[in-house]
Design a protein around this ligand. Structure first.
Ligand code: NDP
Ligand code: OXD
Length: 309
């Protein structure tokens, strides 16, 4: 019996090594080189091709290779009677916190202006507000959002959260539900999207939301490209309602060469690298989940399929 890694067009030797470091006896197969499909009990997937999961009649668990599961839930060929798990991982949280902190500080300390000034040989100090006056709104206070919120708050920013259900995070005010969205947005000089992509959150970064933010707000989207209405971002940058954006995720990835975001001087682009799963740190929970699935025990980090995350 074995575990299959299904990650098309990727060298997954680091995953195989990390899984074997946790359990040298584990039989790992890498799709499409699967011996007997009946042996596969656990599928570890990222961007699996349609219908691939239907080949395995003895599957006991499907797991995302990342935190997000929208790619799995959108696969209409996924066997719906098999439980779905995802990754919750300390390295993933830390790495996301590094990325968001960098984006926040770069904007707050006006480094883009200084880069332009260097190009123009201009010596001029830019005005900045006090760190405590810089409101940062974190949309999505789950495993990653909560961690990022705490790091920014510890650093001295005024941090606000927004989630579906009410919750408490240390000294950070958390707004919840659609009724409290406007109250949350109006505090956010920098808006960070860390929501899962669901039917409720798709297109949530739109003109209406941007207009609720303080003027010249800054957007950081590290969640999914389909949270953002691309044309609404371009209009908000044009009008000055938004002063800039840092985008790590896009509706189509890789971002097509002709896309207007590439050449926009107020947009910074990274290629979906805000937080990349580290096999060495994530492998143990996968091996443990495989053990649990085989023994019929409750799985770790199970996805609420109805809720969409
Ligand atoms: P979680 O599932 O732990 O957290 C999701 C949060 O979003 C929860 O706080 C949840 O609220 C909130 N939420 C969900 N739906 C709504 C809604 N309709 N309205 C308001 N709040 C809502 O996810 P993670 O923190 O682990 O990951 C978040 C996302 O980050 C992933 O789904 C993925 O898309 C993205 N990601 C991106 C990476 C990158 O490199 N760019 C890397 C890793 C993740 P509640 O707490 O009430 O349930
Ligand atoms: C994830 C991602 O969801 O890398 O883990 O986007």
């Amino acid at each position: 019996m074995s575990l299959a890694i299904i990650y098309p067009n990727r060298d997954v030797s680091n995953w195989v090594a990390a899984l074997h470091a946790c359990d040298p006896t584990l039989k790992v197969e890498v799709w499409p080189e699967i011996g007997n499909p009946e042996d596969i009990e656990f599928a570890l997937c990222w961007n699996q091709p349609a219908a691939v999961l239907q080949q395995f009649p003895n599957l006991k668990c499907i797991s995302s290779l990342g935190a997000g599961v929208n790619h799995m839930l959108n696969d209409s060929t996924r066997p719906t009677d098999i439980p779905l798990a995802r990754l919750v991982d300390d390295d993933l949280k830390q790495s996301m916190a590094e990325y968001v902190m960098l984006g926040v500080l770069e904007h707050f300390r006006r480094f883009k202006d200084y880069r332009q000034q260097q190009t123009d040989s201009v010596w001029k100090a830019q005005q900045i507000s006090h760190i405590s006056e810089m409101g940062i709104g974190i949309m999505g206070c789950g495993e990653i959002g909560r961690y990022v919120a705490n790091k920014l708050s510890e650093f001295g920013f005024s941090v606000y959260g927004w989630s579906r259900s009410p919750k408490e995070i240390n000294h950070i005010p958390v707004y919840s539900g659609n009724d409290e969205l406007d109250g949350f947005l109006k505090k956010a000089n920098i808006l960070v999207c860390l929501l899962p992509l669901t039917p409720e959150t798709e297109n949530i970064l739109n003109t209406q939301s941007f207009n609720r933010l303080p003027p010249k707000a800054y957007l950081i989207n590290v969640a999914r490209g389909s949270h953002l209405v691309d044309s609404d971002l371009l209009s908000a940058l044009e009008s000055g309602q938004l002063s800039g954006a840092l985008l790590d995720v896009f509706r189509e990835e890789p971002l097509p060469k002709h896309h207007p975001f590439w050449s926009h001087n107020k947009i910074t682009i990274t290629p979906h690298v805000a937080s990349v799963t580290n096999p060495k740190s994530a492998a143990a929970q996968i091996v443990e989940n495989y053990r649990r699935a085989r023994n019929g025990e409750a799985l770790l980090n199970i996805v609420n399929i109805e809720g969409g995350y």
